[in-house]
Design a protein around this ligand. Structure first.
Ligand SMILES: [Zn+2]
Length: 212
């Protein structure tokens, strides 16, 4: 059994309405996001895979990975994608004291100074989707928009068959969906198969891929 839901239920989205779960639109637009990079093994592959479709995406970067791989981070920027904060050490909000959590995010921010969304907001996605309301409130005051998701591909799930991963991702995406993938080692087995097919499937149906 999976321990996560592929599609975030609407009541959850409504209850936590301060967080962005999807973009309200009637247009055929999809918002792909990639968490946990930048890493030299996988991020450049993601960038190259997006290119032929003129697909823009949003990368939620871990500060220590930007510190280790600044040239890969530059490649994301050069590709015209949006970049968001994903803490410096991939901290889990529920398990981390608020002061330490916010400090860690600001540490990542020092590597992300010129990274904003299209509307000029700073973007933050909590690792594991876990953040306490008080932590979110502080971040909002600091100008952050908290981005969750509408569709969790499950690419990180090693036991998940890649074909099933693809099928349920395609099934749950609709206009304005924010979709989670990972440019990371554990996800690559699925991502390598799923990402090109998602791009192909929705492009053929007239969708465009946009950054947040
Ligand atoms: Zn993450």
């Amino acid at each position: 059994m999976r321990s996560y839901l592929v599609k975030t239920p609407r009541f959850v989205q409504k209850f936590f309405h301060h967080y962005a779960w999807r973009i309200k639109t009637d247009e055929k637009e999809i918002y792909l996001t990639f968490d946990d990079g930048p890493v030299p093994e996988f991020t450049p592959w993601v960038l190259e895979t997006l290119k032929p479709y003129d697909a823009k995406a949003t990368f939620f970067c871990v500060g220590e990975n930007i510190q280790k791989h600044p040239h890969i981070y530059e490649q994301i920027k050069e590709g015209g994608h949006s970049i968001g904060n994903h803490t410096f050490n991939h901290l889990q909000g529920w398990k981390t004291p608020t002061k330490k959590y916010v400090k860690n995010i600001l540490q990542a921010e020092s590597y992300l100074e010129d990274a904003h969304s299209k509307d000029g907001k700073k973007l933050f996605r909590p690792p594991h989707g876990r953040i306490r309301p008080v932590q979110a409130k502080i971040l909002r005051k600091k100008g952050y928009k908290i981005i969750m998701w509408d569709v969790l591909s499950g690419d990180f799930d090693q036991r998940l068959d890649k074909k099933i991963c693809l099928d349920h991702t395609i099934k749950h995406i609709n206009n304005g969906s924010i979709v989670v993938f990972h440019d990371s080692i554990k996800s690559f087995k699925n991502l390598d198969y799923v990402l090109p097919k998602v791009l192909e499937h929705f492009s053929e149906r007239g969708y465009r891929f946009k950054s947040l």
